[in-house]
Write a protein that binds this ligand. Structure first.
Ligand SMILES: [Zn+2]
Ligand SMILES: [Zn+2]
Length: 329
């Protein structure tokens, strides 16, 4: 019985209905006008969309468990770990770095715009390093392991990725003066959009969102980010505003002639949870162990994925360069 109760609580928790039920039960609809109330009301949005996605796939007989397998086991595993470890870095970073902020900002619309631009910058830094530093790639690669795109991918993260992302993003925002209340609002908007951009082809075949594709980062851009095609590798690091991808030259539109192939470039055991979750860490430990010198051992940890002590590198930068040279021929 205890198992069934746990299962029930997990399902209710996953769908995030708690806040909405509380508003209805207490008749406190005025709460919907507050930031907290909006957050509670929109809590179930992504989980319900995911359910719609799965039901649609079932209806059109397009559903195979393989498409959801890695995400499902990752979610279950992370929930299990969270019973023992919970690492909330946002509050700690705010408390620690707020006294060192270069200036203070208020909760106003213009500081909101400033905060969002700074947040996107901080997100870009965390995400870029997640692809370019091998140790951080070990934390981020689980998110890139699924070979399909659907809303369940939004739940597919190594359990230490959130604290790593939170430390970098919160610290940068707080040091650059973003007001903590603004930061929470931005995190909520960006988190919701960041989940939505994983919407699958099953619901949205063309995810360019029309003219919006020119202005913001659309699900189509994020599909490109999840692709292992050399043209698409290491592009579109932003989340909602694509300004920093534009500024750093990493913005890449989806091309009709270049069909997306999801996943990571190394040979993977298809749909294997353990490989998706621990595969990169195992390979890094192996490389560090086998590296001939101490310097090489350290370089393996901090150089980009694909770096090799022999000089025979297979980093994304090199793979892309070779690809562009081959298409020029
Ligand atoms: Zn990524
Ligand atoms: Zn993603």
């Amino acid at each position: 019985m205890e198992f069934l109760e746990t299962l029930y609580n997990e399902i209710v928790g996953f769908f995030n209905f708690g806040g909405l039920i509380e508003i209805i039960e207490t008749d406190n609809y005025k709460a919907l006008l507050t930031q907290d109330g909006i957050g509670k009301a929109l809590g179930p949005l992504i989980p319900v969309l995911l359910l719609v996605e799965i039901i649609r796939a079932l209806f059109y007989r397009r559903l195979t468990f393989t498409q959801y397998k890695i995400s499902f086991f990752t979610y279950v595993f992370n929930r299990f770990i969270s019973r023992f470890i919970s690492i909330g870095m946002v509050g700690l970073c705010i408390a620690f770095f707020e006294p060192y902020a270069i200036f203070k900002t208020e909760f106003t619309w213009y500081w909101f715009i400033y905060g969002y631009v700074v947040w996107e910058f901080a997100h870009f830094i965390y995400h870029f390093l997640g692809h370019k530093v091998r140790l951080f790639w070990c934390l981020h690669s689980t998110h890139h392991a699924p070979e399909y795109m659907n809303l369940s991918v939004t739940y597919t993260h190594f359990f230490l990725e959130a604290p790593y992302a939170d430390i970098i993003r919160t610290t940068i925002c707080i040091l650059l003066g973003v007001n903590p209340s603004l930061l929470f609002l931005i995190m909520f908007i960006d988190g919701t959009w960041g989940a939505f951009i994983h919407i699958g082809e099953n619901i949205m075949v063309d995810a360019r969102l029309g003219f919006l594709n020119k202005i913001i980062l659309t699900p189509s851009h994020h599909r490109v980010h999840h692709a292992k095609n050399p043209l698409y590798m290491d592009t579109n690091f932003c989340n909602l505003l694509n300004i920093w991808d534009k500024a750093f030259g990493t913005l890449q539109d989806e091309k009709h002639e270049e069909a997306i192939e999801y996943g990571i470039t190394r040979p993977m055991k298809s749909g294997d949870f353990l490989d998706a979750y621990f595969g990169e860490i195992t390979l890094l430990l192996k490389d560090v162990y086998q590296a001939p010198t101490l310097k090489d051992k350290v370089l393996y940890i901090f150089m980009p994925p694909g770096w090799h002590h022999s000089g025979n590198h297979k980093t994304a930068t090199i793979v892309k360069k070779e690809y562009f040279e081959s298409v020029k021929l």
